[in-house]
Write a protein that binds this ligand. Structure first.
Ligand code: PCA
Length: 216
């Protein structure tokens, strides 16, 4: 099995993106699967082009995209990508789409093709804070989740895709305000490794999870 793991570049004035740092530290093989990596720009439209090119070149069985969700306390595998871009801040090229579809005429939403509940169970059992999220927001990360699932639905029916958000790294929180939640990059690497193991072992569907969601 081949798994393409992507990490976003820094954005919003941050000098690092913990998602990219964690992806860089992943080994080349996890649970027998070959891990290939790509770095994505935080630029509406171009992130999808880079992803599309990486998928065309690598032909992965699984495409797992990783991004930062500053302010979250847990690693959050995302359940749903919506066909809606609405940027609170400009992207790294100064674009700020407001109330735009990602794919004109596309379905309103796609559900993840990855076993997010099995993933969260594994992370929690290993002591890694994790919860299934039912919103990936409306910025580039949601755009990427929607885009990868649209690719799966339209061009790569054998591929499975999904997205995981990670919190700020401890180094970022040290520069931000008192009370800013964070996690070590080492723990993110551990969590992402468990997520990839879950993708290898749970090839069809997911377990029925009771671990709740971000609404709780
Ligand atoms: N997080 C942003 C975009 C890039 C990233 O790492 C988001 O949550 O949309």
């Amino acid at each position: 099995m081949k798994i393409l793991v992507t990490g976003f570049q820094p954005f919003g004035g941050e000098c690092m993106n913990p998602a990219l740092e964690a992806v860089r530290r992943l080994p080349d093989t996890i649970a027998g699967a070959q891990i290939v990596k790509a770095e994505l720009p935080v630029v509406f439209g171009r992130d999808g082009e880079v992803l599309r090119a990486a998928v065309a070149e690598q032909r992965p069985d699984v495409c797992l995209c990783i991004g930062q969700a500053g302010g979250r306390t847990h690693i959050t595998p995302e359940f749903v990508g919506i066909n809606y871009a609405h940027a609170r801040i400009p992207d790294n090229d100064g674009n700020q789409p407001i109330a735009q579809p990602i794919v004109k005429g596309g379905p309103d939403a796609y559900f993840t093709l990855l076993p997010v509940h099995a993933t969260v169970d594994r992370m929690r059992a290993a002591g890694v804070p994790a919860v299934v999220s039912y919103t990936a927001g409306t910025y580039c990360c949601n755009e990427m989740l929607y885009t990868v699932l649209h690719l799966c639905a339209t061009e790569y029916p054998e591929m499975r895709g999904g997205f995981i958000h990670v919190p700020y790294a401890t180094e970022q929180a040290a520069r931000l305000g008192d009370g800013t939640p964070s996690m070590s990059i080492d723990m993110m690497v551990q969590g992402l490794t468990l997520a990839i193991e879950a993708c290898v072992e749970v090839e069809h569907g997911d377990i029925v999870g009771t671990a709740g969601g971000t609404e709780q």
